[in-house]
Design a protein around this ligand. Structure first.
Ligand SMILES: C[S@@+](CC[C@H](N)C(=O)[O-])C[C@H]1O[C@@H](n2cnc3c(N)ncnc32)[C@H](O)[C@@H]1O
Length: 224
């Protein structure tokens, strides 16, 4: 049942999706009802949040209470929970889906809950507010546009880290999106604004039960 449901959802919201961004947000709005999104993720053994929090813990091993983190596409707060487990406490959530964000709010995971979408234009957040940005499950067509890397870069301090984790299968199946984002990252790297510290494929991302879509891709960037 979960397999069928999740496969359908992944199809509806990413690969082959005919939905625009607001319709995709609506899909999440429905999915989260009655704890369904969290139940499905538990069934899948979704490990994107813990993988991502591990990267943050690697780059910020000390003084974790002083590390200001923005969790973009925060959803119901899974990344926040993993960051709290690793000792971080100053974490804000940003997500345009009110029902997902409300689920996180009920659990009192984050310091602040920002109801907004990253869509390429400037967010109402000052330059260099954060030490790190996490984004799990947001780098996909119809979610964060490829151009959003530039805006996320604006939000972090020099020396700050961005960790983007997504479904590697979907990344491969949507070259239009991934090639565009990779080109933007390369351009920012060439102009000396960031460096890619790591780009890694993990076998246990598991945002799908389909074999071709269980791997994750993580891109770690540092602002120069
Ligand atoms: C697959 S869920 C991942 C949620 C959470 N990070 C997790 O690991 O469970 C994707 C999330 O991206 C959010 N989202 C979609 N488009 C977005 C955008 N343009 N900016 C920010 N968040 C977006 C959705 O509302 C949804 O909560």
């Amino acid at each position: 049942m979960a397999e069928y449901h999740v496969a359908q959802k992944v199809e509806a919201i990413t690969v082959g999706s005919k939905l625009c961004r607001s319709e995709i947000i609506q899909e999440y709005q429905e999915w989260v009802k009655d704890g369904k999104y969290d139940q499905d993720m538990a069934t899948l053994g979704f490990a994107g949040p813990s993988l991502t929090a591990d990267y943050i813990a690697t780059y910020f091993p000390n003084n974790k209470d002083d590390v200001f983190i923005l969790d973009v596409a925060a959803g119901t707060g899974k990344v926040g929970i993993e960051l709290l487990r690793r000792g971080f406490s100053q974490i804000d959530a940003l997500d345009p889906c009110s029902a997902m964000l409300n689920a996180a709010k009920e659990r009192q995971i984050y310091r602040d809950y920002i109801s907004a979408e990253v869509n390429g234009s400037e967010l109402d957040i000052p330059d260099g507010t954060y030490d790190a940005i996490t984004c799990v499950g947001g780098i996909a067509d119809g979610h964060l546009p490829a151009e959003s890397v530039t805006e996320m870069l604006r939000l972090i301090k020099n020396g700050g880290i961005i960790v983007l984790t997504g479904n590697a299968g979907v990344w491969r199946e949507l070259p239009e999106y991934s090639v565009k984002m990779a080109a933007i990252i390369k351009g920012l790297e060439k102009s000396g604004k960031l460096c890619v510290i790591k780009e890694e494929i993990s076998d246990n991302y598991r945002f799908s039960m389909e074999k071709a879509r269980t791997q994750g891709i993580t891109i770690v960037m540092k602002k120069l």
